[in-house]
Design a protein around this ligand. Sequence first.
Ligand code: NSS
Length: 431
Amino acid sequence: MEFQPIASLLHESQHEKKVRVRGWVHRKRSSGGVAFIVIRDASGIIQVAVKKDRVSDESMRAAEEALMEAHVETEGIVQKDRRAPGGFEMRALDFRIRHSAKPFPISRDKSTEFLLDIRHLWIRSQQQTHVMKVKAQMLESIRLLFKKKGYFETTPPIIVSGACEGGSTLFTFDYFGKKAFLSQSAQLYLEALIYSLEKVYAITPSFRAEKSRTVRHLAEYWHVEGEEAYMDLDGLLKFEEELVTFVCHDLAKKSSEELRALGRDPAELLKVKTPFKRLRYNDAVELLREKGSHIKEGHDLGAEEERLLTEKEAQPIFVTHFPKKIKAFYMSEDPEDSKTVLCNDCLAPEGYGEIIGGSQREDDVKKLEARLRTEGQNPNNYEWYLDLRRYGSVPHSGFGLGAERLLRWIAKLEHIRDTVPFPRVINRSYP
Ligand code: NSS
């Protein structure tokens, strides 16, 4: 008999059917000649009742000896049972340990640091499993929207020779005797690709040597970036809000069970709709002051300011037109005010804050060179990028979405490290 996925057994149609299942011992308790063993596979969990008078002595012994996380196989009859988790139980006819387990080191009282040290085992937990399933669906939904919009998926490099987002968060390493960096963003390469493909995106790891510990910074994260020829800031905002809305709705439909288990009501995601509120930087500063913030004019928004702006919101908002001097060299100057740039941050509601950074790109080579120098960069290292403005340049815009930032909000998670199986944060690259 074939092994069946556990989730396929949790249906009326399976009542009294004889089935075969394999998986890991998730939980276990025994009472009066019955072992209740909850078995887990990738699709779900089911309680298996192994009863002395229904199985061989050998099966009973195996059920008694099986420790948490042992790998087991069992055959039995599915029974509707309201007392069982998920409403169904399997009454075992046979039970075997295929691979035993040592006493499992994880129990309820363990510290966060311990759980991070033992992450390779902790990722088997239900919470982590739900998050990873939602993340897989989220990436699929993102790709679906790009496809609908006619974008090509591309594969920009991870080893790069220049900074995109300033020198302070660059990871440097030795590349055959020369200095190279781990990519902070694929943007500059995506910009090069629009001249043949016009609409491109990439989902790549990005690296930031973030020196501080926060609940929203990783040293390695997955970056969803899009770039489109002929697009201006207004078109960019429309694309971003459509992407976020589409992903929220698609997840509410396709990952509702996992979301509910994580504490996110899918109905809240279905309420997200376009257009998002748009706020210019200057107006955001004014609003922040009304809310009691002491933010100085011309300073960037930090986590606290973003929290103040979004904690009462039910869906994301945009902040646009930031001062030029606090933003990256590649952002287009606002033709109506040379002190500001045509850019946006998209902030997730409920206090979560920035999930996307985007902008219309600067087309003028001279301005780009000057801005690079102001940033302390040598324009010679960006010759190839400057070339893009020398050969048939067109207006274009793009954005970068932090996959883990989006997921943290959607799955209502306290800490960004729980959006990745093996988080890379300051002082941690193990396991
Ligand atoms: O620095 S960004 O704001 N913008 C860029 O990198 C642009 N070059 C992207 C582009 O236009 N193609 O980063 C973009 C997003 C930001 O909004 C966050 O959601 C996320 O990347 N981000 C991070 N996520 C997790 N951890 C860290 N450290 C992090 N830094 C940025």
